[in-house]
Design a protein around this ligand. Sequence first.
Ligand code: NIG
Ligand code: FE
Length: 413
Amino acid sequence: MTQLFINIKELIQVRDASIKKVSGKEMSILPTIKNAFLLIKDDIITDFGLMNEITNFSIDKTIDCSGKMILPTWCDSHTHIVFAGNREQEFVDRINGLSYEEIANNGGGILNSAKKLQKTSAEDLYQQSAKRLEEVIALGTGAIEIKSGYGLTVDAEIKMLRVIKKLKNNFNIPIKATFLGAHAIPQEYKKNKEGYLNLIINEMLPKIAKENLADFIDIFCEVGYFTVEDTDRILSTGKKYGLIPKTHVNQFNSIGGIKVSVKHNALSVDHLEVLSNEDLEVLKTSKTMPVALPSCSYFLSIPYTPARKVIEANLPLALATDYNPGSTPSGNMNFVVATACIKMKMTPEEAINAATINGAFAMNLSEKVGSITKGKLANFIITKEIPSYGFIPYSFGTNLIETVYLKGKKASN
Ligand code: NIG
Ligand code: FE
């Protein structure tokens, strides 16, 4: 079926297929066409341009977008949306003065979520996760990465990854799966981290590879979690099974996680709330995408990733939600874009680039999503009537999305 969208007030993020990411000063440029049309055939973008350039297409359906804008759907390259229950009590504990670290040290945090998930059936876990996925799609997300890491046993990690696989099969949106067995050290291995690493390496990874359950391998490289040496070991082994590294680094401390990730050609390094000049120098030598997670900084009241420093170093930057029950119980990319502008001093152009084309790169999905490009998936957002695209971050907390299209079909209304 051919659908023609006409009178688009502004068609945002129009790119040639050769552009895979934007870095440094390029991030401040957001190519758009005012008074545009967009043509899609079935699930693919086939043409776009100025309204007065429309030629005689044979069209099944015409959609008038007067006053409205179209932009590519958000690319959320870092989430943990498969989890069981919630950690609302820890939220209240933090309000009452405990720190995220203190809660984790008392057996809360990731281990609390793992306990809940281990007791939850695969079907229940799927239902809870599918609901979250529907919710973020309605908020404009059109490609997503989902991590394991709340199982922490062979069975529970496999259960999580199978749930992700089922989401992949049942939803109309590109999903990438990441194995994050090295998310925390389970209670029973507290004095035997080596034993847990061996479990990941000798039992989890071979099973995951055999069932083809993951695209990427991740680890939480942080004081109190996993060291640089552990990271080196896990990433090397993951790569042997064909998994591409994407890591949690520099959330609270800069301990060399970026260097070891870059050594393994990581696709992305995520968090980066604490970033040294040496870290920036290492990133400059790489193709690795730095990823900031401003909703996590907001929720935990920790520093924001120094976006200006990253961009001024001529590096690229992507934005993602980190949707998870502990540090970021929100999957709203509109809020992420607004917060990046408000708190990280990114311009609307930089933030939209970071949340679309650079997010797609951070998932190895540049060929399919992240821009309005001929041949890419017809995954896009039609906004409500707005005066400018800067209005999206400016009106933080307001839902300006009218319709989300995934593969040429309406996903919400
Ligand atoms: O990316 N930092 C590590 N992992 C998650 C949060 C884990 C949790 O608190 O459940 C994150 O913020
Ligand atoms: Fe995370």
